[in-house]
Design a binder for this molecule. Structure first.
Ligand SMILES: Cc1cc2nc3c(=O)[nH]c(=O)nc-3n(C[C@H](O)[C@H](O)[C@H](O)COP(=O)(O)OP(=O)(O)OC[C@H]3O[C@@H](n4cnc5c(N)ncnc54)[C@H](O)[C@@H]3O)c2cc1C
Length: 418
């Protein structure tokens, strides 16, 4: 197929990862089309906490993670909730996650995550400086805040692993913490301060990036869901969408939590489960935090922007449901009240839920797919998709263009699951 419906690259999914891929592909001179079943930024990329969390190089699957979380896992009000299920895909994912909580996996995962995060951090600075994105981006660090000394001590192990990477956090206790962040309650014990992190407003990130891409000639088709593929041997020849057939030389699958179902149409196994999270977006409270605060025991993040304020968190493994659970929304406010003097802003502008694309080894899947030589995967970014999108986009552009990858792409290959 040639002509109007043909492009060099077709990107499936208009979330932050799809837009980042489109950005670096267009910069490399490729004609790009993005198809999005809903609207750009309608998925997990919309209402997340907006941390550019470059110090978060330790994966979720660490030794002891299962033992530590298991007691709370089945409690509906717990920050981590796993709905009892007989779904074989979810059960297998959970078993494999447990299998990854090994000391020998940690150095490999940390190296790979550090490469991706460090690259993204530099790329974000460039994107902001060039004006490609306008998202209230600020580098103020992130505070991991603890109500109790014992919980704060629990992070020392992680912090010691961050030291060799130059990412160790500074401990702030009592008055020192109050000086850094006066919005915290005086009975909070302390915080680890990560200086290298930044934050931004995700909905503005997506809208400004969309504008920049349209200006650069990228075709963005919204309300244009992928329905299926036209195959010819080891190539994808075309894609059927809700708006008709389109074709491309290369196809990038960047459909977040929905990627596994799309890959299945091609006979590919992608072990990605939706990890449901919640957020509430409000006007800034009168006493608003200056620095984003990760309220650690409750796994809730409070993110301030000049234009508003958000509480977000929870991780629910309960399938693809988009139902807003009022109990969870309430739990976010309640948790914030345990740490912040003025935890809730008025009015509340949005209550939201989104699905993180979770892999069981907490590394994304970036690289060529097996069986189809013109399919590239860019998915499974879990809890860090905003942070890692730019480096993912750059890597995908390098793969498409046959350029040497700027970081080692090996750890992100789908082959690790085969
Ligand atoms: C509560 C919460 C807080 C978070 N906080 C942070 C944070 O502070 N920092 C951070 O880095 N990350 C954070 N994340 C994670 C981050 O939001 C995700 O990792 C990231 O948004 C994933 O981006 P994506 O583009 O892969 O997926 P999505 O944004 O979900 O985009 C995928 C898109 O594909 C589209 N799609 C699906 N199927 C089709 C189809 N058949 N045809 C066409 N289009 C299709 C969907 O509509 C969707 O728009 C958080 C997530 C949640 C839920």
């Amino acid at each position: 197929m040639t002509g109007r419906n043909h492009s060099d690259v077709l990107v499936i999914g208009g979330g932050v990862v799809g837009l980042a891929c489109a950005h670096y592909l267009a910069q490399s001179g490729r004609a790009v089309r993005v198809i999005e079943q809903d609207a750009v930024g309608a998925g997990a990329s919309h209402g997340n906490c907006g941390l550019v969390f470059v110090s978060d190089i330790v994966p979720l699957c660490i030794p002891g993670a299962v033992r530590k979380e298991i007691a709370g896992m089945l409690r509906r009000s717990s920050p981590l909730y796993i709905k009892p299920t007989l779904d074989p895909a979810r059960l297998s994912w959970l078993l494999r996650f447990a299998g990854m909580c090994r000391a020998d996996y940690l150095p490999h995962a940390m190296r790979a995550r550090a490469d991706l995060l460090q690259s993204s951090s530099l790329l974000f600075a460039g994107l902001v400086q060039s004006g490609a994105i306008e998202a209230e981006y600020e580098r103020r660090g992130v505070l991991l805040v603890y109500r109790t000394e014992s919980a704060m001590r629990g992070y020392e192990w992680v912090n010691s692993h961050l030291e060799p990477y130059g990412l160790a956090a500074e401990a702030l206790i009592g008055k020192h913490l109050q000086l850094h962040e006066p919005a915290l309650r005086s009975d909070v014990y302390g915080a680890w301060f990560h200086h290298a992190d930044s934050h931004l407003r995700p909905d503005r990130l997506l809208q400004s990036w969309k504008r920049t891409l349209l200006g650069a000639g990228v075709a963005i088709e919204e309300a244009c869901g992928l329905k299926g593929f036209h195959l010819a041997g080891d190539r994808i020849e075309g894609a059927a969408t809700g708006k008709g057939d389109v074709s491309a030389e290369h196809y990038v699958l960047a459909a977040g939590a929905w990627s596994a179902a799309i890959a299945k149409q091609l006979g590919l196994k992608l072990p990605i489960q939706p990890g449901k999270g919640y957020s509430i977006t409000m006007e800034r409270p009168a006493v608003c935090p200056r620095i984003p605060c990760y309220l650690y025991e409750r796994r809730v993040v409070a993110t301030p922007w000049p234009s508003g304020y958000r509480l977000g968190g929870t991780m629910e493994f309960s399938g693809f449901s988009s139902t807003l659970n009022a109990e969870r929304i309430q739990a976010l406010k309640h948790a914030a009240g345990e740490y912040l003097t003025d935890p809730v802003g008025h009015p509340v502008n949005e209550e939201w839920t989104g699905l993180r694309p979770m892999t069981y080894d907490d590394l994304p899947v970036i690289g060529r797919a097996p069986r189809f030589r013109n399919l590239i995967l860019a998915t499974g970014h879990g809890m860090l998709g905003i942070t890692t999108a730019p480096a993912t986009g750059k890597l995908v552009a390098e793969i498409v263009c046959g350029a040497p990858p700027h970081i080692d792409a090996g750890p992100f290959s789908i082959r690790r699951f085969q």
